[in-house]
Structures are given as structure tokens and as C-alpha cells.
Design a binder for this molecule. Structure first.
Ligand code: ACM
Ligand code: ZN
Length: 640
């Protein structure tokens, strides 16, 4: 009956306005959900959201006929749930001294020094749980252990096995980990007993993701335990920890959920696995007999970018378009029936490192959550993306009437310029709705610009720029750009002195020679070739002898883990001769350049060219608490 009412609410967004109210056609619907678990997650550790907003989020879950709210209550950047027996958890653990500005992977990132935090009292939590229950939503609390526990360890350092720490101001994966001691398990027992009391649902999520085990390796007590318990490696210690945590949770008549990393050790089949590393782990867990909740990052991580348009707000990484979410299949048909039965459903996850306001949360989940709701409710043969988009129009209007912010990213075009025959680009633009207008001179398109109809070839260098006009709304959407370049490296062969250190997207030329400049799409890592090693040493073989007088390469500094090399050398390979140095730059010169370094030299007949870049740059990593080698990033090697 509850869901029938939600259906009517949804239909009312399509209703006809008549005198005195709204009118729906007479209809009859027979309906039931495809999956029993239809969830949305919210990380309140990286940024704190108040109770009013939590309720507004639960309203959204209910409106989408979803039935689980996964409340990520603890992490390195803040502990958010009052535990009566351990008051320091909120007194110390709920507040950090500041927050990193911009992306945490920027090498020069600064911290704002503005105290951030907050927590929910037990009374507030009871209120939220009751509010959710009235809306047929079950709340799943997550207490993330034994990793992602810096805030806990800041409050009670005796339960960690490394040095003391503060509540983290940066984001990432930190070394602080709970010690596998009896004292820790007694402490967790106290915590879970209070948590179990507050949440009447069947589950407590115990995390288990991204556990850095260095401190376990160096901890006397953990090492002693491994000998006593005959644990052969740190994975087995993790399994031991999780199994102990499970026993505690079971004592309070709850089941555990854990992230898919807990599968690394020998884990009881009674644990429900929440898979986030793609589909594979979840499918394997289902075959092994675990209940599974699918939250694969490529489909339902709503902290990823929604489009490749340059006007998207800063996000963590990745691209998960509305269309991708709609294509999510939580229980693919190739699984055995028995395994399919084990897949309880799916969930959209929202990690809030770069999401600090209520509006930003809504922008990231809407309308991707609408697509997910349909995936989790409707049989696949009843789903149709075009029909969804059509219905989304009026539903979006409804959401905005309810005071939710929704993203328009699905109107923004997608732009590609793929090399063909080494001498032209095939330019394609895709859009879900509306008309794409483009320019070839880098200027902002308007209604007098070119209207895109179908893919076209481009035999010259251009700055292609596109955006979408939706006439019914009289509005423009997006700003997508690609710069195409022709040059002599296109079509050449490339070999590397250290092929093992070459990223997949740069091997055999890849994105280094695709005629597209990555600098137009800064946030997309796959447009950059990232070299982790100390030295890049590449030999480019031209298809025929060629006169070369300049080489330039895209480099990027201080941005999202993209770093400039510290030395670059270019050697000419004249036919039947040894390498001759034709260009060199040291750190100081490289750092003075903008996003490209360029070498000009006297025109030389070459059949090959060698490019060597050295990386001796190190920077302080707040995650590793150590100096780490920077990663060199390159895009197009342009040769003329
Ligand atoms: C996760 O994204 N670390 C579960
Ligand atoms: Zn220890």
C-alpha cells in the first residue's frame, strides 16, 4: 500500500490540472519490486550533514520506492555517532581542525584551518530511525573498522597499533588501523551494543575496506596473536578481525555487512558482502554463498563526474553518466539461478570528500538515483532509457517543486575526435536530448554556430567546442572541448626502455599520439599517461625518414596527482648514426613552462627520436605520512 501511494505521487507529477485539483486517467497497476534491497548511502564523515537534511534525503529514498539508507557514520575525517560509554569519540573524534582545499591529490594542497564537524546524539538517531521507519526505510549504520578509523584512534589511541593521530584534514587511505587486541574487541563490543540498541534493522555494516596493514606488521601484540592463532599472513589477520567483529554483532542479533575486501581472507558465509570493486567480486561472493549487495563503482558511485563537460563541479574522479547507471544490471543473467538469488539488490553510494553542502549532495544523486531506482525496481525487459528520459522531464519538475536540486548533466554533449588513417579526425558528438551546436575556432557556440547532425571528418587542426541547446527550456547546457593536432608522431611506432612501467593507455603510442590534447580535459585521468617510475625513456620510430625541427609534450604540474618531470632530454636519431642530444631542460626551466614544454632545433633528417624524462620530484603525502615520489604525467607528444 505504501508503494502504491508512492506510485500515485510519482504519477501526479504527470497529472492534468483541473479545477479544484489534479486529474489522473483511470488506470490499474500491478507491480512489485525486482530486488528486496534498494539502497542509498551517504557519507557524513567527510562532511557533516544535519538531521533536517538527513530526513530530506530519506524522503528522497522513500519517494523512489527504495527501502535502505546506509549511513556511513565513521571514517578518518570524523566520528559522527554519540556512544555514551566513550564520550571522547564525539568530543575529539567528531571535529577536525580544517579541510584540504581543492583536490586532496594536488601536490601543493593547503588546508583551510576552519574547524569542521558535528555528530548525532542518540536521541537524534532514534528520531531519524523512527522517521525512516514511517517511510518504510531501514537504516543501516556503518562503523568502519579496522581501517578508515583515524577519528576513532584520535579519540582513543590505545585501540590503534601505530602512533597517535589527529582527525584527518586530508582525504585518502591512511595507515592508522585498530589493533587486533582483546581490549579493542571489548571496546567494539561496547560500541556495537549501543549501536544495535539504536538501530532496529537487521544489519550493522562494519566496513572492512582499504585496510593498510603496515602497523599490524610492526605491532608486537598483533604479531603475537598471529602466532597464537596460526595466522599465516596479514590477510588472515584481517579475516580474524572481521570474524571477531561479526561474532560481536551477531551477539546483538544483527548480521554484518562488509565491503568486498573482507573476502580476501577466510570469511564466514553469513557475512553479507557489499561489493564496490566492479561486479566481479560480488558475483564470486554470490557463487560462494554470501548474500550480496551490488554497489560497483563504475555504475553507482555518485561521487564520480556526471559528464565530461568542463563546467562540472570538482569531483573525486571517474565518469558515471546517467546512461551508465541505467545500464547497471545487479544480477546478470549469466549467473546461476542459485547465485542470482543471493544478490539482494543494489545501492547508490555518495562519498562526500568534495561535497560539502546539501545542494551539492542533491546535485550528485539526482537524477542518477532516479535511474537506479528504476533498475532496482523494474524487470529489465520493462526498462527503456528513452522512455526513462521522457518521464524524467516531468519527474525532475516534481523534484524541483519539492525543493531538490537536480543536475542537468545528461543534456550536455559528449565529444570525441578519433584519428582515422593518420590524416583526419572523425568528430562525433552525442547527446541524450536537445541540439548540439559547435564551433571549430574555440569560441563559445551560439544559435548561429554549426548545428551537429552526424559524425564528420576534420582534416585540419581545430579547437572543437560544443554545447547543447534545449529549445523547450530555452537553455544551454555544457561546455565540451577537444583540441586536435596533426603532427609527425602520429602513425609512428613507440617502444619503451621500461615497458613494465608504461601505463596501459600509453603503450603503443596510445593517448600520447592520438592527436587529442588532454589539457582540455584536466580532470579525466585516462586522458593523461601517468608514469610511476623514475624515468621515461621512449624511442619513436617514424614510418619514413622525416625532417624534424620541434618536439613538444604536454606536462601538468600540481594538479590531481599530475606532476611535471624534473629533467627532459630529446635526442635525434639520424639514419645510421648514434643519438645526438638536441634539447634539454632542467627542473627550473620545466617549472617555468605552462602546460607544455617545447624544444626547437635546426631541421634534422631523422628516422627515429628519443625522449627521456626523469622524475626526481618527491612530496609530502598526508596519507602515507612520508615523502613519496611524484607521478609524472604526459599527454600528446607533438613532433613537427
Ligand atoms: C569504498 O569505496 N572505500 C568502499
Ligand atoms: Zn596491533
Amino acid at each position: 500500500a505504501w508503494y502504491a501511494v508512492q506510485t500515485v505521487r510519482q504519477l501526479l507529477s504527470q497529472a492534468k490540472q483541473v479545477e479544484g485539483g489534479l486529474q489522473l486517467p483511470q488506470l490499474s497497476i500491478e507491480d512489485a519490486p525486482l530486488f528486496p534491497y534498494r539502497g542509498m548511502h551517504l557519507d557524513v564523515s567527510r562532511h557533516f550533514f544535519n538531521i533536517e537534511f538527513i530526513k530530506k534525503y530519506i524522503d528522497l529514498i522513500a519517494l523512489h520506492k527504495m527501502n535502505y539508507f546506509h549511513w556511513h557514520l565513521s571514517d578518518d575525517q570524523g566520528w559522527r555517532i554519540e556512544i555514551k560509554k566513550y564520550p571522547h569519540l564525539v568530543e575529539i573524534g567528531a571535529y577536525r581542525e580544517g579541510t584540504v582545499e581543492g583536490h586532496t591529490l594536488n601536490a601543493d594542497s593547503s588546508v583551510d584551518n576552519i574547524k569542521h564537524g558535528g555528530y548525532y546524539t542518540q536521541e537524534e538517531i532514534r528520531d531519524v530511525v523512527a522517521y525512516a521507519s514511517e517511510r518504510h526505510v531501514t537504516v543501516v549504520p556503518e562503523i568502519d573498522v579496522p581501517g578508515h578509523a583515524s577519528a576513532l584512534i584520535a579519540a582513543y589511541p590505545e585501540f590503534g597499533c601505530g602512533p597517535e593521530t589527529k582527525v584527518k584534514r586530508h582525504f585518502g587511505i591512511f595507515k592508522h588501523v585498530l589493533c587486533s587486541s582483546e581490549e579493542t574487541f571489548a571496546f567494539l563490543d561496547d560500541i556495537f551494543s549501543e549501536v544495535a540498541e539504536l538501530f532496529p534493522g537487521p544489519y550493522i555494516h562494519i566496513g572492512g575496506d582499504e585496510v593498510v596493514k603496515d602497523h599490524w606488521h610492526n605491532c608486537e601484540s598483533c604479531q603475537k596473536l598471529m602466532v597464537e592463532q596460526d595466522l599465516h599472513d596479514l590477510e588472515q589477520l584481517q579475516a580474524y578481525f572481521v570474524n571477531r567483529a561479526e561474532k560481536i554483532v551477531n551477539k546483538y542479533n544483527k548480521q554484518i555487512i562488509g565491503w568486498d575486501e573482507i573476502l580476501d581472507g577466510d570469511i564466514h558465509p553469513s557475512a553479507t558482502i557489499m561489493t564496490w570493486h566492479g561486479m566481479e567480486g560480488g558475483l564470486k561472493a554470490a557463487e560462494k554463498g554470501h548474500n550480496v549487495i551490488m554497489t560497483p563503482a563504475e555504475f553507482v558511485y555518485f561521487d564520480a563526474y556526471q559528464s565530461t563537460s568542463l563546467d562540472e563541479p570538482l569531483a573525486i574522479h571517474g565518469l558515471t553518466r546517467l546512461r551508465d547507471v541505467y545500464g547497471f544490471q545487479p544480477a546478470p543473467s549469466h549467473l546461476s539461478d542459485v547465485a542470482r538469488q543471493k544478490i539482494l539488490g543494489g545501492q547508490g553510494n555518495l562519498w562526500t570528500e568534495y561535497i560539502s553542502t546539501d545542494e551539492a549532495v542533491e546535485y550528485m544523486v539526482l537524477p542518477r538515483m532516479c535511474a537506479l531506482a528504476e533498475v532496482l525496481w523494474s524487470e529489465e525487459h520493462n526498462r527503456d532509457f528513452d522512455s526513462f528520459l521522457e518521464r524524467l522531464e516531468t519527474f525532475t519538475y516534481h523534484l524541483r517543486m519539492l525543493d531538490y536540486v537536480t543536475s542537468d548533466s545528461h543534456y550536455k554533449p559528449e565529444l570525441q575526435a578519433n584519428l582515422q588513417h593518420d590524416d583526419q579526425f572523425l568528430v562525433a558528438m552525442e547527446v541524450e536530448q536537445g541540439s548540439v551546436y559547435y564551433t571549430l575556432d574555440g569560441s563559445l557556440p551560439n544559435l548561429h554556430s554549426n548545428l551537429y547532425h552526424e559524425p564528420f571528418t576534420l582534416a585540419e587542426e581545430c579547437s572543437v567546442r560544443a554545447r547543447t541547446w534545449v529549445d523547450s527550456k530555452k537553455k544551454w547546457y555544457g561546455d565540451c572541448r577537444i583540441t586536435t593536432r596533426f603532427h609527425k608522431a602520429i602513425g609512428s611506432d613507440i617502444t619503451f626502455a621500461n615497458p613494465m612501467e608504461v601505463p596501459w593507455n600509453a603503450s603503443s603510442g596510445g593517448i600520447l599520439f592520438n592527436g587529442n590534447r588532454a589539457t582540455d580535459r584536466i580532470f579525466q585521468h585516462h586522458e593523461w599517461a601517468q608514469f610511476w617510475g623514475e624515468k621515461l625513456d621512449a624511442e619513436i620510430k617514424f614510418p619514413r625518414q622525416t625532417i624534424v625541427s620541434s618536439v613538444s609534450i604536454g606536462v601538468m604540474g600540481l594538479h590531481r596527482q599530475l606532476h611535471k618531470p624534473t629533467e627532459i632530454a630529446v635526442y635525434s636519431g639520424e639514419p645510421d648514426k648514434d643519438w645526438v642530444l638536441v634539447g634539454y631542460m632542467n627542473t627550473e626551466d620545466i617549472d617555468k613552462t605552462n602546460n607544455r614544454v617545447k624544444f626547437d632545433f635546426k631541421p634534422t633528417l631523422m628516422d627515429r627520436l628519443r625522449f627521456v624524462a626523469v622524475n626526481d620530484r618527491h612530496y609530502w603525502s598526508p596519507e602515507k605520512e612520508d615523502m613519496v615520489r611524484a607521478i609524472m604525467s604526459f599527454d600528446e607528444i607533438v613532433i613537427h
